[in-house]
Design a protein around this ligand. Structure first.
Ligand SMILES: CC(C)(COP(=O)(O)OP(=O)(O)OC[C@H]1O[C@@H](n2cnc3c(N)ncnc32)[C@H](O)[C@@H]1OP(=O)(O)O)[C@@H](O)C(=O)NCCC(=O)NCCS
Length: 144
């Protein structure tokens, strides 16, 4: 059974966040990093579980009107099955309106760019050498 639910600093499934993030990124975040991020005012997440096992999550920050996606990841074994879309849809539901939602993504991360475009995020800027020399970042944004 698939379950999508919001979490905050008190309810975050820290060990599972670390596990899934580690499967998706080479520079992965540990439990302490997630706790430190969730300590910052306005930081929340949405998790997706399948048969009670965490398979993906999105972490976002909305201190005032505008929001930022901090990270989103889905277990590589479960990619392209609609879970990323469910996470974005749910996050958009929880965001306070009106405002704008921003994110940064590598132009090389075509699946992520497609996911954001599907939800009407538009590329508004390219940050040169953002990730490393020669690796830019798209800044994407949509109204909420
Ligand atoms: C980006 C990510 C979260 C997408 O999650 P997902 O569960 O695969 O997303 P969805 O299944 O909802 O797919 C969203 C879109 O991505 C594209 N996509 C995803 N996987 C794909 C694949 N294997 N082949 C082709 N297109 C793919 C499709 O266009 C899809 O849209 P659709 O509904 O038109 O098919 C996931 O790939 C991931 O965790 N990547 C590693 C972490 C990462 O890079 N995060 C983003 C940092 S900015």
């Amino acid at each position: 059974m698939v379950n999508v639910y919001p979490f905050n600093i008190d309810t975050a499934p820290y060990a599972a966040l670390e596990r899934i993030h580690g499967l998706c990124f080479t520079e992965s975040w540990d439990e302490d990093t997630f706790e430190a991020m969730l300590t910052v005012y306005g930081t929340y997440g949405v998790a997706i579980t399948i048969n009670e096992a965490l398979e993906g999550f999105v972490l976002y920050r909305q201190p005032f009107d505008d929001a930022e996606i901090l990270t989103i990841c889905v277990n590589p074994k479960k990619e392209n099955q609609g879970y990323g879309s469910r996470l974005i849809k749910s996050m958009l539901h929880y965001l306070k309106k009106p405002g704008k939602c921003f994110l940064e993504v590598s132009p090389k991360n075509t699946y992520a760019v497609k996911l954001y475009e599907k939800f009407h995020f538009k590329i508004i800027h390219t940050r040169k050498d953002y990730y490393e020399i020669g690796l830019d970042a798209y800044v994407m944004m949509r109204d909420i």
